[in-house]
Design a binder for this molecule. Structure first.
Ligand code: RP5
Length: 169
């Protein structure tokens, strides 16, 4: 059976890939098919607008867009689609992502971008947030989200147990 992408993961450059893989890893965990593409609001603006305006008819449900510096990718994508767009500011410039954070989060009223934290934590959360959107129409993904939270809590409790036993030894 064809595994059609439900989420588009976009990045402004191949230099963003290390960060954006964090989103892909989370989607793999939830069993959500995705596609990864490099396109740029500034360097390939026509391609970015074309991708966004055809995304829904191609079956995508959510778009994740990460970019650094004067990061307009998420906003430009959101301008040409009604799909939910999740933005990730990437710490690739001398301002360490603060520039990208402001450029991504400060959208004008009418064109929302759900902006995550700067860098890898933001990319990881983008993958989880995309799964939360997809889960609205997918009981399997919803169940995996519940399992994910349980596993995370168990991991923290395990670390605490280890700390307590190290203190008492
Ligand atoms: C942004 O400029 C990209 O998203 C990347 O974070 C940054 C640097 O791009 P490269 O010069 O490495 O291609 O548009």
């Amino acid at each position: 059976m064809e595994n059609k992408p439900r989420v588009g993961i976009l990045m402004g450059s191949d230099s963003d890939l290390d960060v954006m893989r964090e989103a892909a890893t989370r989607l793999d965990y939830f069993g959500i098919a995705y596609e990864m593409r490099i396109m740029s609001a500034h360097r390939t603006p026509v391609k970015a607008a074309e991708y966004a305006s055809t995304a829904q008819q191609r079956g995508l449900e959510v778009i994740i867009a990460g970019a650094g510096a004067a990061a307009h990718l998420a906003g430009v994508i959101a301008a040409s689609t009604t799909l939910p767009v999740i933005g990730i500011p990437i710490d690739s410039s001398s301002l360490k992502g603060l520039d990208a954070l402001l450029a991504t989060v400060q959208m004008p009223a009418g064109i929302p971008v759900a902006t995550m934290a700067i860098g890898k934590a933001g990319a990881a959360n983008a993958g989880i947030f995309a799964a939360q959107i997809v889960a609205g129409n997918d009981a399997q993904v919803a169940a995996k989200l519940t399992q994910f939270k349980k596993e995370m809590a168990a991991g923290v409790e395990d670390k605490d147990r280890k700390l307590q036993s190290a203190k008492s030894s």
